[in-house]
Design a protein around this ligand. Structure first.
Ligand code: GRF
Length: 189
């Protein structure tokens, strides 16, 4: 079994889709859910599906031995970021080279970078009267949202779309594509 860890800070609707998609998979298994927030809803998924979970503090996350120690203890080969808000430290990018994958709710390089997360992204898209938005799945490097893009998918925006309706359209694309793209990358198909 190839084991993946899901890192998430929030609700975990993408985490849920990934877990459901991989449930019963013959080659890939979610081995760990890691969050920086004790009360993140995503951690309930670990209980629901019997997956190991860990909460990490900022100091421990900066500590290579600590974090890599956790990942190795669960035999983790890939790290999936699904709404994880901390920058990934350099040591992790070296240890998990091209094995850390993030999803971002815009068509990168547009609307990426520090502070561009959640509704901030969709508000900026609306403010600029964009006619389309979408998702980007990319490898993670040491800058926010700048790693090599693996996959993008677009949705059309209408004049009467609000940041909220844009968010909904984009999230639908995330749920549709992220699990399948993760599988594809890992199995190299
Ligand atoms: C998603 O929009 C994703 O693109 C971003 O964080 C959000 C996570 O949402 N990186 P959820 O917790 O999976 O619902």
């Amino acid at each position: 079994m190839i084991k993946i860890a899901i890192f998430a800070s929030g609700t975990g609707s993408n985490a849920r889709k990934i877990i459901e998609y991989l449930d019963g998979h013959t080659q890939i298994e979610v081995g760990l859910i890691l969050s920086n927030r004790t009360n993140a809803k995503v951690l309930d998924l670990a209980d629901e599906y019997g997956i190991h979970k860990r909460v990490i503090s900022k100091d421990n996350f900066k500590d290579k031995g600590f974090t890599i120690g956790i990942l190795e203890s669960f035999n983790i080969s890939y790290v999936i970021l699904a709404g994880f808000l901390w920058l990934i430290p350099e040591y992790m990018i070296e240890s998990y080279h091209r094995k850390i994958i993030n999803i971002h709710p815009s068509l990168l390089p547009k609307y990426g970078g520090k502070g561009m997360y959640g509704m901030n992204v969709h508000r900026a898209v609306k403010a600029n009267n964009e006619i389309e938005s979408g998702i980007s799945i990319h490898y993670v490097n040491s800058e926010f949202d700048e790693g090599e893009i693996i996959f993008q998918s677009k949705c059309t925006l209408e004049q009467n779309d609000s940041p909220e309706t844009i968010a909904k359209k984009v999230l639908e694309l995330e749920h549709k594509h992220f699990p399948r793209i993760i599988e594809k990358i890992i199995l190299n198909t």
